[in-house]
Design a protein around this ligand. Sequence first.
Ligand code: NAD
Ligand code: MG
Length: 412
Amino acid sequence: MNALAATRHDFEVTGLEPVLARSVTVLGSTGSIGVSTLDVIAHARRTYGAHALPVEAITAQSNVEALAKQAREIKPKLVVIGDEKLYRALKEELSGSGIEIAAGRSAVIAAASRPSNTVMVAIMGAAALEPALAAVARSATVALANKECIVAAGSVFHRALANSTASVIPVDSEHNAVFQVLNGEGAQEVEKVTLTASGGPFRDWSMEQMAVCTVEQAVAHPNWSMGAKISVDSATLMNKGLELIEAHFLFALPVEKLDVLVHPQSIVHCLVSYADGSTLAHLSAPDMRTPIAHALAWPRRIESPSRRLNLAEVGQLTFRAPDHERFRCLGLAQDCMRTGGMAPTILNAANEIAVEAFLNRRIGFLDIPRVVETALNDSPNANASIDTLEGVLAIDMRARQLATEICRRVVN
Ligand code: NAD
Ligand code: MG
C-alpha cells in the first residue's frame, strides 16, 4: 500500500527547511512511542531551532498530569484527553496556558482530522483505527507505530488509502527497516522478507517456567522499553505474528515471502532477499527514536537523540529459527494471515482481551494462546471478507465478547 506508493514529491531541494516546517500531531503522546516522538521533536528544536516540527495536537487516554506536562513543554495548539471525565482536571492543569483543550473519543478522532502534515499514530490497540482513518481521509502523512489497526482492518485501510493521497510511513522498527531497504522500489523482485524477533524475556524458558511466570517477568523486555501490551505480545511472540500480518498488508507481500528469525541482540531489524541471491539488511541500536526520526523526516534525515550502533561493543550477532511449540501465538497469527478475511481481526481482538486479562492477573501466561485459539475456533465468521468499517468493528466487538467469556471459563 502507500508505504510503497508514497512519492518523493518536492523534497529534492537541498535545505531541511521543508521537513522542519512540517507540523505534527501525536496520538498517544504519553505512551512509550509518544514520549519518544516528543523527545525526537524536542531534540530537533534544540538542533535546528525552536521553529522545528511545530505540534498541532497531542492526545492521551487518561494520564492528565503527564499530558499537561508535555503540553507545557512542547506547546501544541490542542490537547485532548480520551477519557471524558478528565476534561475538568486537564483544564485546571493547563489553565492560563492558552492551549485549546478537548475530551472524549470523538475529540481524539477530531484531533487526527486537524490540519497537520504528519500524524504519529501511537495509540495502543485497535482503538487507533478510527483516528488513523481520520488522518488517512484528509490525506495526511501517517507515521504508523500502531500495528493492531492494520491487523484488525487491513482491507478497510487499503480502501481508505486508495481514496486519498495519504502516505503511510511505518514506524514499527522492522517495517520501517523494510521501508528503508526497499527505498521506494516495488516488492516484485523480492524473494523473501525476514522480520527479526528478539525472542522476548522467555526466549530460553521452558513451558513449565512460562506456565508460572509473573506479569513483571513478562513485561521485562531484554532490549526494548515499551508499553505493557506490546511487551506481553513480545513475550508470547504474538507481536511478531501481528507484524507479519502488518508487513503483508503494508508491502503487499504474499504470505509465502514472509519469514521470522530470532535475533536476540535486536540490531538487525529486517533482511530483504532478492531473486539474484542478494540479501540487504537494516541495522541500528534498539531505540525507537531512530525509526520515529526517519518517519518524521522522510525522505530526508534529521538528527535524532537515539543511541548509536557500536558493533565492536555488541561483538556477536546471532540468529535462530523461532520455536513454534513454546510460542504458539506465532503460528496462530501465521494461520490467520493465510486464512485472511476476518481471521486477523478476530486474532487481534481476542489477543487484546487475553493480554489485558493476563495483565490484570486473571489468566496465566500460557492461557493467552489458548484463549486466542479457542476464540478463533468458536468464531463462525473467520473466513468472511468484509471491508466496511462498521462490518469490521462488529466482528471485532463480537470477538472481544467471546474472548472475555473464554477468559472467564479458563479460570473456572
Ligand atoms: P503505550 O501503552 O505505552 O501507550 C499507548 C498510548 O495510547 C498512551 O498515550 C495512551 O494514553 C493512549 N491510549 C491507550 N488507549 C487509548 C484509547 N482507547 N484511545 C485513545 N488513546 C489511547 O503503548 P506503546 O508501547 O507506546 O505502543 C503504541 C503502539 O505502537 C502499539 O500499537 C504498539 O504495538 C506500537 N509499537 C510500539 C513500540 C514500542 O517500542 N513501544 C514499537 C513498535 C510498535
Ligand atoms: Mg516491531
